[in-house]
Design a protein around this ligand. Structure first.
Ligand code: ADP
Ligand code: MG
Length: 251
C-alpha cells in the first residue's frame, strides 16, 4: 500500500521548470531512494513534501491526507519528519536537551518556554530521549554540548531528534554527504536498523550508489524535473535511460 502518493506535480521557479509532471508512489515500510544528477529537482520535490514549497499543480497525499495547503509543523505532526542536508540542531544545548525538545513538542503539540522550564520534571520524556540516543550510539555523550560534535555525530543527533517524534515517514536528503566511508557504512547500518525496528518508511535522496543499492527497496530516477525510471535496484542498474542521464550529465 502507498503511504505517499504524488500525482502530476509541477513546480516552476520563474522560467525554470524544476518539477515537470512528477508521479511517484512510495510503499509503506520501504526505503525509497530518489537519485539523479545535480539540479534534477530532488530537493525541490522533498521541499514540497514538507510544506516548504507548494507545487503549482498536482497532488501529494500522505496516509490518505492531502499535504497541500497545510503548514510545515502540521505536516510534521501528522507523521512526516525530515533530516536536513545541513544538520539543524540546538548548538548550545546538550544532546539530551536537543532530543527532549522535539519529544516534548510531539507530545504537547507545540513547544514553549514554559515547557522548557518544566523539562527537568519530565522523567518519561528524559527516558525516551535517552533511549533514542542509545539507539543512535550517542548515549555516552548525552551531557555534551551539541556544537562540539563531529559532523557525522551531528547528523546522528539530528536523526535522533527525528525518530523521537515517532514519524511514519522519514525524509533524508543526502544523509551521508561529506562522510568518510566508515561513517557512511555506520549510517547505512543505523538507518537499516531503525527502519526495521520502528517500521518507519523512508525516502532517501542519495548520490552514493553504494548507499542506494545497499538500502533501497525501490528507486526513482529523476532528471530535468521528471521521473525517468522507477523500479527495484536491479531493474534500475541496467536501465539505459538512467545511464544516459548520468553520463550525459543532463542539466
Ligand atoms: P537537486 O536536489 O536534484 O540537485 P534541486 O531541486 O535543488 O535539484 O533544483 C532543481 C532546479 O531548481 C535547479 O535548477 C535549481 O537551480 C532550481 N531551484 C531550486 N530551488 C530554487 C529556488 N528556490 N529558486 C530558484 N530556483 C531554484
Ligand atoms: Mg539537492
Amino acid at each position: 500500500m502507498s503511504i505517499l502518493s504524488v500525482q502530476n506535480v509541477n513546480k516552476s521557479f520563474g522560467g525554470l521548470k524544476a518539477l515537470d509532471n512528477v508521479n511517484l508512489e512510495v510503499e509503506e515500510q520501504t526505503v525509497h531512494a530518489i537519485i539523479g544528477p545535480n539540479g534534477a529537482g530532488k530537493s525541490t520535490l522533498l521541499n514540497c513534501f514538507v510544506g516548504r514549497l507548494t507545487p503549482d499543480t498536482g497532488s501529494i497525499v500522505f496516509n490518505g491526507a492531502s499535504l497541500l495547503g497545510i503548514m510545515p509543523h502540521e505536516i510534521n505532526q501528522i507523521g512526516v519528519a525530515r533530516v536536513f542536508q545541513t544538520p539543524e540542531i540546538f548548538a548550545d544545548l546538550t544532546l539530551l536537551e536537543n532530543v527532549m525538545i522535539p519529544a516534548l513538542a510531539t507530545r504537547d503539540g507545540s513547544f514553549s518556554l514554559q515547557l522548557w522550564s518544566r523539562m527537568d520534571c519530565q522523567p518519561d520524556i528524559r527516558e525516551e530521549a535517552e533511549h533514542v540516543l542509545r539507539d543512535v550510539g550517542l548515549i555516552e555523550q548525552k551531557d555534551v554540548i551539541a556544537d562540539s560534535l563531529s559532523r557525522g555525530d551531528k547528523r546522528r543527533l539530528e536523526l535522533a531528534m527525528c525518530i523521537v517524534q515517532h514519524p511514519k515517514l522519514l525524509l533524508l536528503d543526502e544523509p551521508t554527504a561529506g562522510m568518510s566511508r566508515a561513517d557512511t557504512n555506520d549510517t547505512v547500518a543505523l538507518l537499516r536498523r531503525i527502519g526495521e525496528e520502528r517500521r518507519i518508511t523512508k525516502i532517501v535522496i542519495e548520490h552514493d550508489m553504494h548507499v542506494v543499492f545497499s538500502l533501497a527497496h525501490k528507486i526513482s530516477v529523476m532528471s530535468q524535473g521528471t521521473v525517468i525510471a522507477q523500479g527495484e535496484p536491479n531493474e534500475i542498474k541496467g536501465n539505459p535511460k538512467v545511464q544516459e542521464a548520468y553520463l550525459g550529465g543532463a542539466h
